[in-house]
Design a protein around this ligand. Sequence first.
Ligand code: ARG
Ligand code: ZN
Length: 849
Amino acid sequence: MRDAAPNTVYLKDYKSFGYLVDQVHLTFDLSPNATRVTSRIAFSPNPETEDRSFFLHGEKLRLIRAAIDGTAVSPEITAEGLRVAAPDAPFVWEAEVEIDPANNTALEGLYMSNGMYCTQCEAEGFRKITYYPDRPDVMSTFTVRINGDLPVLLSNGNPVQRGEGWAEWHDPWPKPAYLFALVAGDLVAHSDSFTTISGKSVDLNLWVRPGDEHKCAFGMEALKKSMKWDEDTYGREYDLDVFNIVAVDDFNMGAMENKGLNIFNSSCVLASPDTSTDANFERIEAIIAHEYFHNWTGNRITCRDWFQLCLKEGLTVFRDSQFTSDMRSAPVKRITDVIDLRARQFPEDNGPLSHPVRPESFQEINNFYTATVYEKGAEVIGMLKRLVGDAAYAEALDLYFARHDGQACTIEDWLKVFEDVTGRDLSQFKRWYSQSGTPRLKVEEEFSEGTYTLTLTQHTDPTPGQPDKQPQVIPVAVGLLSPNGDEVVPTRVLEMTEGTQSFTFEGLAAKPVPSILRDFSAPVIVERETDTAERAFLLAHDTDPFHRWEAGRALARETLVEMATGDATPLPDYLDGIRTLLRDKSLDPAYRALMLGLPGQSELAGHLHEAGITPDPAAIWIAVEDLKQALARDLQDMLPDIYAEAQVDAPYAPDAEQSGKRALGAAALDLISRLDGGKQAAAQYEAADNMTLQLSALGCLLGAETGDAQLAAFYDQWKDDRLVIDKWFMLQIMKAKPDRAAAVAKALTEHPDFTWKTPNRFRAVFGALAGNHAGFHDSSGAGYDLLADWLIRLDPLNPQTTARMCTAFQTWKRYDAGRQEMIAAQLDRIAATPDLSRDAGEMISRIRG
Ligand code: ARG
Ligand code: ZN
């Protein structure tokens, strides 16, 4: 059994498949417990290899018959697939299998959600549908016939014919099996159309369950904007007659870019002002763009093997961030991306799960859909663009699309287009794909006789499997300010290639103040001996919006670290700086809201750990509460003004401008609630006509421990809306005091609405528990125990979601011996579970170390 003896797969072992697939013909006879899948597949020998061994992947399939060129064959069948002798000439493979979608709780392959059939094949789910060479470098055109007594029958490509109880689809674009999709059910469409740049009209449909029609308009607009943007920015036109999106409630991930038939977690596409927050809207817009952009970066050009996942994901995340920056505010997007990177990718890259952007081995590929592959992968592309410049980037992308359209590619192919366009040698740059860990950049400075010298030293700590690191190419965007606050040297990108390197700036009248790593030009940690006064100076004067925010962030962190490790009071420089910024109405409200934000408690714990101090989650929690209280008191006179300024008196729109105001309003309300015991929040809750205001008010009330009535009313109002009820579950746990969090979460697992087999609901509870840093790490260990119980319970049903939630334990080595012991015991308990999945098994053993 594969699960019992996990095989490690290595990048270096890549071999092409012995056959090409010329055509695939599939027929589905749908039935909840016994769906028949009949395949007719034309194979021909692959001229690139002599190896004619014929192995087809297949898992949990009941083979009914198989034939080669019409003659029945009896393959040798294992838990992973089948093997049979095949001709060294073109032939047709036929097979009939039976599968059980209704009992497919893993949500991989063909499964059912609320009576609807749907699929998720990336990465290796197609093998649960029929026998096939389920690897991304095997590409073919698909024709699909669906027989089923359901009103809507969808697959990839263009519709061919439709009859009573059946439909036929044809996808003319060769694709790997992971992009296959099928949907069948009682769905309604929100329809529109888009005319492409060359004048072709495309039918657009967003398919949802009856009752969700009113949540479609925003997603559809986002889709049209994405289609237009990809034409304008990358010259990419859509290539089918129809584009379908389907919303499904049971989904392991966010969404999936199946050719012409994107499937979305309903939480990532359905939106209405009364049920979705501004943050939901923004995320939905970005995910719709992301999946749509995959049509070129992922589908037309795909990955040779799963080690190359970042080829499509890093690039597509980079493209969707560009899109969001263009649609909204570029500085705000950059800052929120960095907050997210530090919250999710840095802990991964600096802990037991650290792996390169292009991993070199895995047991279960689903465990590598990570922040490193996606978000660091996107940062790597951002660095490349910064190094070669915008024009060369555009030229390289044109060449990439022209040269590799229709191919399954590697990172080598990707870098080669940049080398060909620029004449640069990118072999050192390539280390960003192979070396794991976050580089640290030490900064030293010197000034004499008008010459300012910056000496940068890079260092990356050892990571699992990589004891020694080589220097990487690091683009460091730097600007210099004169002591009076003027910018004397505008942003310049220093290209660092050595372990230690000096850069000089001449002709300066006085020692400047450097602004280093502007726009977060590289995913590194800057280590610089600096003082509070200089940070305050940059907070006041830096012209780079990212770095100005960064200066404030550093001050907040410094003050919180002092407060969490002694009985310090908040730094006056920090309070003064924030006060000045908040008052500055020339600054975007969204930006001011970000300035009021504090570093996350887990981030602070990581920071302390790196400084050689064992973090105490309870002390960190108290420090944050105390700082907020101090901010509230200090800003008391101006908070009502800011709150008033943040009110929107136009009809609700989830655009950047209104969202920014509401974000500032929420930040102000959070502080106000610490002074008025929740009076203002209660008023906002009463008056709220949209979910953003309603939820931020409820959060403040729960924080002030006065929200019981509103919490109950909220449930009553929204009990029939599963996406809002997810928020109801989540918020209570997030806002629970540390010593109560596990108990609150536990009580919620006993609530009749805790439909734990639906990943969204499971994540609402346990994602919130893991996200309540002090609550999860409460010294009782109750949080650890509860999470482990439920991971053990979910694993046999849904290994993928289980494995993902195991990451809550990844930072365990930061904490004190007592907590480490408790977590180790939980990890061992999970590891000892009989028949633990390969997914969870791999994660637990890597985390345990
Ligand atoms: N390709 C999808 C996306 O980035 C993610 C699918 C991941 N699925 C999985 N089972 N790991 O949008
Ligand atoms: Zn993606």
